[in-house]
Design a protein around this ligand. Structure first.
Ligand SMILES: [Fe+2]
Ligand SMILES: [Fe+2]
Length: 374
């Protein structure tokens, strides 16, 4: 549900399937009750051993859903409404409170244990065992969604915005799944996947930096979408040029340097209110001293989002192994960014970025897109 927009067939199918499972259960137990206590899932009075270490028990508990009861009359619509509310609670850091609906479906009760006069004993259990969500993410689905999105842009020239936004929501969820923020970054496995992994990483880094600068949740997500789409114009650059092991010829470089303008054009003609993402796609290679590309006749300041994305873009590019150069160590990249603060990068933003990456070291989680055993 975090991945697909409302009414998307994949989302509808998932809800149908889940609701069917509930109806099957209700055929035997019309009023099923569940409790999620830390890593423990309790059905009625029964602790479900098979669901030990089921990460969702802890995540539901963290989201304030420690107790869940269904009435026999529950409908598919109410069930969907319930799932949406749980999703909103899980993504609460990413979703403005205004978007959270307060009415609850009448035939589904859920909430924290103890709040509605539950026994003291259960309350103690919860307090003694503060659930810590472990988020075992692979970003596999997000990577697939981005790959699909690039395919759609390449083949049809239109950008599926709803999916882009869903990916950003999902990344934000992965960043905030634990009590402290995480920076989940993907490790490149195959050169072909570069544009996918790079887009996801730039989106995550941009959101982390925007959040650190004190931007509100909505702006952070808007910046995240801009980060995700910054290199969209590369769908028009032939793969031989993108992955060329040596230096580009003048002609090849010219093709490569069209990606900011191409990306901006695709974005602006695709969908509603994407001016910011289009501006970022256009400006993300422009340096603050006016260098870089595309060349402007009159130098003017870039949008702050472009300035953020520029730093994150260079960081991720240099940290990644490419056909024409090895990956750099984090310290070397941060040194490079500091050195070029004031010429290539905005000095303030560069400093904040270096500070953030230094502080967050240890919370940067690198993950490969696929299991090695696959
Ligand atoms: Fe780029
Ligand atoms: Fe880039």
């Amino acid at each position: 549900m975090a991945l697909y927009a409302n009414k998307h067939p994949a989302r509808e199918r998932a809800i149908d399937k889940s609701f069917e499972a509930l109806r099957d259960l209700q055929a035997e137990d019309p009023k099923p009750q569940f409790s999620f206590l830390g890593e423990e899932t309790v059905y009625g009075q029964l602790s479900l051993r098979d669901l030990r270490d089921w990460e969702w028990a802890a995540r539901l508990g963290d989201a304030g859903v420690q107790r869940l009861e269904f009435e026999p009359s529950v409908t598919r619509d109410e069930y969907e409404e319930f799932l949406e509310q749980v999703l909103a609670r899980l993504t609460v850091a990413a979703i403005d409170s205004a978007e959270m609906r307060t009415t609850r479906p009448g035939s589904i009760k859920f909430g924290a244990i103890g709040v509605r006069g539950e026994t003291k004993q259960l309350n103690d259990v919860v307090e003694a065992k503060v659930p810590v969500a472990t988020i075992a993410f692979s970003l596999q689905e997000e990577a697939e969604a981005v790959q699909w999105m690039h395919g759609q842009v390449g083949e049809r020239g239109t950008l599926p915005l709803a999916e882009a936004e869903a990916v950003v929501r999902s990344l934000s969820l992965a960043m905030h799944g634990e009590s402290r923020m995480l920076v989940p970054l993907l490790e490149l496995r195959e050169f072909d996947e570069y544009t996918t992994t790079h887009s996801l990483n730039v989106s995550v880094l941009t959101m982390a930096l925007a959040e650190r600068l004190g931007l509100g949740a909505r702006d952070v997500r808007t910046f995240g979408v801009a980060g995700l789409l910054h290199d969209l114009g590369k769908v028009r650059v032939p793969i031989e040029i993108l992955n060329k092991p040596g230096k580009l010829t003048d002609e090849e470089r010219e093709v490569m340097q069209r990606h900011p303008a191409d990306g901006a054009r695709i974005i602006i003609t695709s969908d509603r209110e994407l001016d910011l993402a289009a501006a970022v796609a256009y400006e993300h290679h422009i340096m603050i001293d006016g260098g870089g590309y595309p060349r402007c006749h009159f130098h003017r300041a870039c949008h702050p989002a472009s300035i953020l994305v520029h730093v994150c873009d260079v960081y991720d590019a240099l940290r990644t192994h490419r056909p024409y150069r090895d990956a750099w160590e984090a310290a070397r990249v941060l040194g490079y960014i500091s050195e070029r603060a004031g010429t290539e990068f905005d000095p303030d933003i560069a400093r904040k970025f270096v500070e953030m990456m230094t502080e967050l070291e240890g919370r940067v989680v690198r993950t490969t897109q696929r299991a090695d055993t696959a």
